[in-house]
Each structure stands twice: as C-alpha cells, then as structure tokens.
Write a protein that binds this ligand. Structure first.
Ligand SMILES: *Cc1c(COP(=O)(O)O)cnc(C)c1O
Length: 417
C-alpha cells in the first residue's frame, strides 16, 4: 500500500502473516453462528411481511413476536424481548434488574465493579433518583482475585437470605482484566446454584454476542441483556436492546419496560423491524470482521513493544482490544490516528475532554454511521496512568487495518514510534 512507508508496510505484512491461524479460527466461529442464525430464521418461517413494522399500540405485530422468538432460539433461551424502545445497553440492563428485584432483595455482582454507567442504576440509599438502592434493593460486589478470577470464598460468604440476583459481566468493559468466556460463565452458574439454587443469574452480555459459538443463556444463565448498537444489531439496527432468558423473568422485565399487565404485547416498532432482523442476520459476520481487526491490532502493537490484552494469540470472548501505551502522547496519537481512517467524521480531531461522570479527561474516536455504535470502529481512553487505550469494532476488517495503520502513522509522525 503506497499510503504507508516501508517500515509500516513491513509491520503490517508481518502481523498479517502471524495471525493467519487465528483468523481461520474466527472464520469457523462465524460459520457456526451464521448457520445458527439462519436456522432460527427458517424454523420461524421469517417472511417479507414480518418486516413491515407497526404503529399505535401495535397489538399482534407478528414481525415483533417472531423477532422475539428468533432471538430466543439463537440465544438458547425460553423467551426474549427485542425492542427499539430500549434507549441503550444501560437502559436494557436496568430494565432486566428492576424487572426481577423487589424492595428488600439484594443484587450481588461477582465479577468485580460493574460497567461505569451501572453505578447510578445501583445508586445509594436515599439518592432520590429511583435507583435500585432508592427502592430499598441492596447491593454487594466481590472483587476479582489478583489473577482476575471470581473470589469464591468472598462470594460464598456474601450470599445471604436476601440475595436474589447474581450479576456477571462477561466483557472486561474498560478494565485491564480478562473477559470471561462462556465456559467460565457456565462454571460460575453451577457454583452459584450449588450455594443458592433459587438465585437468578443475570449476565451483562454486552460486547460478547457471537464472539464464541455458545452464549451464556445456553449454559444456564437465567436472564441476559445486551445492546442492539453493539454486536447483535450487526451495524444495521438503529437503536434498541434485547433481554432473554427464562420466560417468567423476561415477562417481568417486559412489565417494567411498558406496564404491569401489558408487557411485551404492545410497542410500535415503527420502521425498525427490518433493520433489527437484517442486523441479526449479519451480526455473526460483522462480529467476525471486528474480531479479526482486534487480532490484527494486537499483533501490530505487540510488534512495536506495547502490551496488549488480549494478546493476538489468546482466545476472545468480546470485542474489546486494550493496548497499554507508555505515555499520554502515545494514547492521544493512537485515538486520533483511528479517527483519521474513518469514513464518517474523519475531518474532526478528537481531543481529551472532561466527560460528565468521569474523573479524568477522556478522548474518544468515533466516526460511525449509528451514533455511538460500537460494533463500528471506535476507540476510547481515559488520560490517566497506566495509559490504556481501548478499541473495539469495525464493520470491515479492512477498515480496522487502516485505522490501526493510521494510528501507527500518527505515532511515527510525532516521533513516538
Ligand atoms: C456498553 C456496555 C454497557 C452499557 O451500554 P450503553 O449502551 O453504553 O448504555 C454495559 N455493560 C457493558 C459490559 C458494556 O460493554
């Protein structure tokens, strides 16, 4: 590629050669999941008329009903609730938790501190915001061990009569820890149920869908949620979220989303239905493209001496690629370089800013077709030690490669390579 000089081209070629085997493994996962999704469409006889959308109360919207069934089937769950009415992943997770928790109950997260935006959902007693705590639902979490694993001694002693829901976060989020594979989640489910059989195991599946051949609800998780502007929306769904799991729990979440007694039987899809179906159809392949991009990124940054998590050869269970840089200038060059390769908004230069709710300035690259869509190539970094940059997504593998190489180019132009 003439765009890049010989040094960068050599780094690229070496990385591509190194990762051939990993890319092949991802192709196999894509094939498995692609057929899984097609089979679910076939079993439910998805047809053109399911895509037409609905207005008003939208009673008997077959497109919406079959969409729920298809999602349930793909995720190996009894039921699902797939709606454009979920404003974000946080809203979806919040709806699932409020659906099943009651005053006096306790939520116990066993995978350490949950994703940032959930802190306000959990809240503090008397915060007056309608948080879980404000409704008298208590919260505990157990920190991960120094190896990044669940601390079972701590979990066993934290579980009590009030423990109603156990929370598991699959993805690392923006932490320098490993994400949990579905096999690890399966083990968590069985150990937790051995301690308290009637507990509801909830999994925050954001960023995890279709990165492996099985999903947490296929290995015993009772309730699970995710965002449609991440993996399962396939880059096409314009907004929304999904909840799936045991039918009773999904119904309770539906009562929370609309109203008790009404649940999932109303809710106009407007014109969103076709995009949500088509996005699900495309999701296995697009997740594959994004993961290939992450593997390439890891191989490139490792070559030039930065630590990566996961490393290029390690198994993956989510979209996030973390890279540990040596200083703030490197971090900023990395994020700005990613933006330079965007098809949308490449003419703007991201700068660190004091985002509400964050303690340190944050810099973000996002040139996306769907605002904030993070199955699309994006990168973020809080400007603080140890200077870790997080990147995720990419609708095409080729685009991610350009993003990574532009990041290298930017580092090089600033004499940081
Ligand atoms: C993205 C994400 C969320 C929240 O989703 P938003 O759409 O940003 O509200 C929650 N948990 C994890 C692990 C996530 O990756």
């Amino acid at each position: 590629m003439m765009l890049f000089d010989q040094e960068i081209t050599e780094i690229k070629n070496k990385a591509e050669e190194l990762i051939q085997g990993q890319l092949k493994k991802m192709d196999d996962i894509v094939d498995h999941n692609q057929w899984k999704v097609i089979q679910a469409f076939q079993r439910h006889q998805v047809s053109d008329f399911h895509f037409s959308g609905s207005t008003g109360y939208a009673y008997n919207d077959r497109g919406r009903e079959v969409l729920d069934e298809v999602y349930a089937e793909v995720f190996g769950a009894e039921a699902a609730l797939v709606r454009p009415h979920f404003a974000s992943g946080t809203h979806t997770i919040s709806t699932a938790l409020f659906g099943v928790l009651r005053p006096g109950d306790e939520l116990l997260y066993i995978t350490g501190r949950p994703y940032d935006t959930l802190h306000k959902v959990i809240g503090h007693q008397g915060d007056g915001t309608g948080s879980l705590a404000d409704f008298g639902i208590t919260y505990q979490e157990t920190a991960l061990t120094s190896e990044g694993l669940v601390d079972w001694d701590a979990v066993v002693s934290a579980v009590g009569p009030a423990t109603k829901v156990i929370g598991i976060q699959r993805s690392r989020g923006y932490d320098w820890r490993s994400s949990f594979t579905v096999t690890q989640i399966a083990e968590m489910v069985s150990r937790v149920k051995a301690v308290k059989p009637d507990v509801i195991v909830f999994v925050d599946n954001c960023y995890g869908e279709f990165t492996e051949t099985i999903e947490p609800t296929e290995v015993g998780a009772d309730l699970m949620a995710g965002s449609l502007i991440k993996n399962p929306g396939g880059g096409i769904a314009e907004t929304g979220g999904y909840i799936c799991g045991k039918r009773d729990y999904v119904d309770l979440a539906a009562y929370r989303l609309t109203a008790p007694g009404i649940g999932g039987e109303v809710g106009a899809m407007l014109g969103t239905t076709r995009g949500i179906y088509q996005g699900l159809f495309l999701a296995p392949t697009l997740v594959g493209q994004a993961i290939k991009g992450s593997i390439f990124a890891a191989a490139v940054f490792e070559q030039i001496g930065f630590e990566t998590k996961p490393a290029w050869h390690e198994p993956r269970t989510d979209l996030i690629q973390a890279v540990s840089f040596s200083g703030p200038e490197h971090l900023i060059a990395f994020v700005q370089g990613i933006q330079r390769a965007a098809a949308v908004d490449s003419h703007v230069t991201p700068e660190p800013w004091d985002m509400p709710g964050y303690e340190h300035p944050v810099i973000m690259a996002a040139g996306t077709f769907i605002q904030g869509g993070s199955l699309e190539l994006s990168a973020d970094a809080p400007i603080r030690e140890p200077y870790i940059g997080y990147m995720q997504g990419g609708l095409t593998y080729s685009h991610v490669k350009f993003g990574v190489l532009m990041a290298l180019q930017t580092l090089k132009e600033r004499n940081l390579l």
